[in-house]
Design a binder for this molecule. Structure first.
Ligand SMILES: NC(=O)c1ccc[n+]([C@@H]2O[C@H](COP(=O)([O-])OP(=O)(O)OC[C@H]3O[C@@H](n4cnc5c(N)ncnc54)[C@H](O)[C@@H]3O)[C@@H](O)[C@H]2O)c1
Ligand SMILES: O=C(O)C(=O)C[C@]1(C(=O)O)C=C[C@@H](O)C=C1
Length: 360
């Protein structure tokens, strides 16, 4: 779907029910574009904190055009049904991480007004919970899934699409069951793998943890997420998740066997490399291009980084990513410049010609 370039036209007032990380972030992002936002939470101090942060007002609304339900998955169906009944002309959406179970619960309970409900899911979040973890820019440039069902009215769908656009997200539409299969692979399985890795940190000598580097931090950040929330998410999406975990178990058996016997395991490792290339790139490409890192020694002196960037810029090779580390015990840093693999030699020669010490 090509992005809609026209300015979003979100009709308010908006009522947010659930002022934790996601609800408060929605409020902050909507307040930024001038929408009237009202806040409500089962724990009133969360709504008050969200108000203090600038996400809206805790004053009860007189009328509501859109209700955003941002409560944990186990409570979504009940809160959505309550909102549809309380505001008989409002559109209602939720932001829960699973989409089919709440819809099925609402439908099987014979909920009135389902044509005004459509589920959605921002693919942005944090390992932290509660209103103080919120950010007004959380959804910028991130995917926001909207998951229409057969009975939804076009006007409701339009309102929720506008919500996603108003917070700066990129709209992705798919049916609820398809969404749940997708997030099992791209969100729920990574969560479990992160937890399993972090769990293995128990029991080793404390001084081993002094060697924890960026790799461990990258893999374990999301393991710090709220276990109560994640128990609900994983339970709600257990069928697709179990399928994927069985596949992981097979891969693990293959890897174990290979490592134990000292056999070549490059094919398992290679499947990982190929997997990372399937993740959509930062410019929205279908897949991430193959990158190569060019390492450059940078003297620890004022102006040297500026000179490096200028020389790299003059080479005409685009920098895809950049990291700077200090060389322990020496007055130099090391810049790791990631570029498309086919341009790596070109950048290396251009920098070497300009006097830089480089290596691939
Ligand atoms: N955490 C993430 O990264 C993330 C990202 C996208 C979507 N989500 C989804 O968003 C929803 C909220 O997650 P969160 O991370 O903001 O959680 P959170 O714990 O930060 O906030 C949840 C809020 O809902 C309130 N609440 C609970 N039950 C309620 C009820 N019955 N009525 C009113 N308020 C109630 C809680 O008091 C809390 O303030 C979940 O459904 C989650 O699956 C989470
Ligand atoms: O913590 C993060 O960075 C996340 O983005 C969390 C993340 C994700 O897996 O992408 C986790 C669950 C939500 O349903 C959506 C977002």
């Amino acid at each position: 779907m090509s992005p809609d370039a026209s300015p979003p036209t979100l009709a308010g007032p908006v009522l947010i029910i659930g002022c934790g990380l996601v609800g408060t972030s929605v409020g902050l992002a909507l307040a930024r574009v001038g929408a009237a936002v009202h806040l409500r939470d089962a724990q009133p101090e969360h709504a008050r904190t969200a108000q203090m942060l600038g996400a809206g007002t805790t004053e009860p609304p007189e009328s509501v055009s859109l209700v955003v339900v941002a409560v944990p998955p186990d409570f979504v169906a009940e809160v959505v049904a309550g909102a549809l009944a309380e505001w008989p002309t409002a559109v209602v959406t939720d932001v829960a991480s699973v989409k089919l179970p709440p819809l099925e619960a609402l439908a099987s309970a014979g909920t009135e007004g389902l044509e005004r409900y459509v589920g959605s899911h921002p693919m942005a979040g944090s390992e932290r919970s509660g209103p103080t973890a919120a950010s007004e820019t959380l959804f910028e440039g991130r995917a926001w899934a909207v998951t229409p069902h057969a009975a939804v009215a076009d006007t409701a769908l339009h309102q929720v699409r506008e919500l996603a656009r108003a917070v700066g997200a990129t709209l992705v539409e798919m049916p609820p069951d398809e969404h749940d299969l997708a997030v099992a692979r791209v969100s729920h399985l990574p969560q479990v793998m992160s937890v399993l890795t972090a769990s293995r940190l128990h029991g080793g000598p404390a001084d081993h943890l002094a060697l924890a580097g960026q790799g461990l931090r990258d893999v374990t950040r999301i393991a710090a997420s709220d276990p109560v929330l994640w128990r609900q998410i994983l339970h709600a999406n257990r069928l697709p998740l179990v399928e994927l975990l069985r596949g992981v178990r097979d891969d693990l058996d293959e890897l174990l066997d290979g490592i134990e016997r000292g056999q070549v395991i490059e094919d398992v490792l290679g499947r990982g490399v190929a997997g990372t290339r399937l993740i959509p790139g930062k410019h929205g490409e279908e897949s991430t291009p193959a990158l190569t890192s060019v390492f450059v020694q940078v003297p620890d002196q004022p102006g040297e980084l500026g000179r490096l960037f200028r020389d790299a810029g003059e080479s005409g090779v685009n920098i895809e990513d950049l990291r700077i580390d200090h060389d322990l015990g020496r007055p130099v840093g090391v810049a790791e410049i990631a570029v498309r693999s086919e341009r790596a030699e070109e950048l290396t020669s251009a920098l070497t010609e300009r006097g830089w010490t480089t290596y691939l």
